[in-house]
Design a protein around this ligand. Structure first.
Ligand SMILES: [Zn+2]
Length: 421
């Protein structure tokens, strides 16, 4: 695959020229690897770059087009051996050969923090702790039209010296739509990095996404560094390798803690986590239900209107086995007064949590951060959050979101759920 890149005052365009061996059908670079079909559209951004370091541009090409690359890659300008080395990590399913590599290219480095800002609770928690981070929010073009989102107004109102909305079609250039991998959420920050002197990209992925396999069981990411590289994730490690490390300051903190940190911004109407009701939270979907349960734990005065959650989608969501984000529900169940019976009953059989690890940060996760940034970032986070103790960490490590029938047969368990709901 050969890449071309052009930038004018207000626009940047990235084009992939397909060659023999490349294919417009690929696998999404994460999760179950769903099949996606590339439309052939150029990737456009409504931001014109003044400068972009060759390795950052090369990485941008790969995070967007990796699912469709065959073997050979030719970048718009030569890249350094650091990028090539990062993609030799055997976790990448295909080993690519880079055509234009120049060992004389100096390593990228920058001095400012950026925040890849989604606008939801977790990235708002990072925004609260790191107000100095330059906020970059991706707006999406779909079929030539801007997809409306409340976060656009939030970031516009910050002013261009503190944050910027960058519109692009990258999320919808394949069918079915969606980013090709989680690192695509970093693409706009990567594009702006050289111009803005970004030295690190912060993001808001909480504990459930780093050590808990979406809350279904413990994942030893510390051990995974042995084959994933310093960050415990091979894609994330590729960013570190080219001098623009990526780190989530809340990767050791549960969604209870990110909720607590975001409360002021939520009350100010600056947080958007569900947009089903004309851009606002619908207060009846599983996501809204989870958010209300989480908020009821950290804000005892919060009295959600539970009745609209008594619907099929929520019941199905709360009957998963293993239960996604199960640790949050386990912890909340005995601690939220007034949780209705139809929710309590669904959460039966989840492993109990006796200590308060969901309310503390796992300080070991700062090891996933680049050395140069670690002291300042860990110090800041620990000004806001208390660290887990050894016993809390031990309980976290045994967390399992599988349903425990406790001697009940599956049929009897199902009947119990039906009776209770
Ligand atoms: Zn909703």
């Amino acid at each position: 695959m050969r890449f071309e890149f052009a930038s004018s005052e207000k626009r940047s365009v990235l084009r992939a020229v397909f060659e023999e061996g490349d294919g417009t059908e690929g696998q999404r670079a994460e999760g179950a690897g769903r099949t996606i079909i590339y439309s052939g559209e150029d990737i456009e951004f409504d931001y014109g770059v003044t400068a972009v370091h060759p390795d950052l541009l090369g990485l941008l090409c790969l995070i967007i087009f990796y699912p469709f690359v065959g073997e050979r890659v030719v970048f718009p300008v030569p890249v350094s051996p650091r990028l090539e080395e990062a993609f030799r990590n055997p976790n990448f399913r295909r080993q690519l050969s880079f055509d234009n590599v120049d060992s004389g290219i100096e390593a990228y480095s920058g001095s400012r923090m950026a925040l890849a800002f989604g606008g939801g609770i977790d990235s708002s928690a990072v925004r609260t702790m790191f107000p100095e981070a330059y906020v970059v929010h991706e707006a999406h073009w779909r079929d030539g039209r801007l997809v409306p989102a409340g976060t656009h107004g939030v970031v516009h109102s910050m002013g261009l010296d503190r944050g910027r909305v960058v519109a692009t079609n990258q999320r919808y250039v394949s069918e079915p739509g969606g980013w090709h991998g989680w690192t695509c959420s970093l693409a706009t920050a990567l594009l702006l990095a050289t111009d803005h002197d970004f030295g690190i990209i912060l993001m808001g992925t909480p504990l459930g996404g780093t050590l808990l396999k979406a809350g279904t069981g413990y994942f030893d990411r510390f051990r995974a560094r042995g084959w994933h590289g310093v960050t415990g994730n091979f894609w994330q490690s590729a960013f570190n390798a080219v001098g623009i490390p990526v780190f989530s300051p809340v990767c050791g903190a549960s969604a209870f803690l990110t909720m607590g940190l975001s409360l002021d911004l939520i009350r100010a109407g600056e947080v958007f986590y569900c947009t089903e009701q004309g851009g606002q939270a619908c207060l009846q979907c599983p996501k809204c239900c989870r958010r209300d349960i989480i908020r009821a734990v950290v804000e005892p005065g919060h009295r959600p209107h539970w009745a609209p959650y008594d619907n099929r989608a929520v019941h199905n969501y709360l009957s998963q086995d293993p239960q996604s984000q199960g640790h949050l529900f386990s912890y909340a169940r005995p601690r939220v007064g007034g949780l209705p019976r139809f929710i309590r009953a669904r959460l039966k059989g989840l492993q109990q949590i006796r200590s308060d690890w969901p309310m503390r940060v796992h300080a070991g996760t700062f090891d996933f951060c680049d050395d140069r940034w670690r002291p300042a970032i860990s110090e800041r986070v620990l000004e806001h959050l208390d660290p887990m103790g050894p016993e809390e960490i031990a309980e976290l490590e045994t967390w399992n979101g599988a349903r425990q029938a406790r001697g009940l047969g599956a049929g009897r368990f199902a009947r119990m759920l039906r009776r209770d709901s």
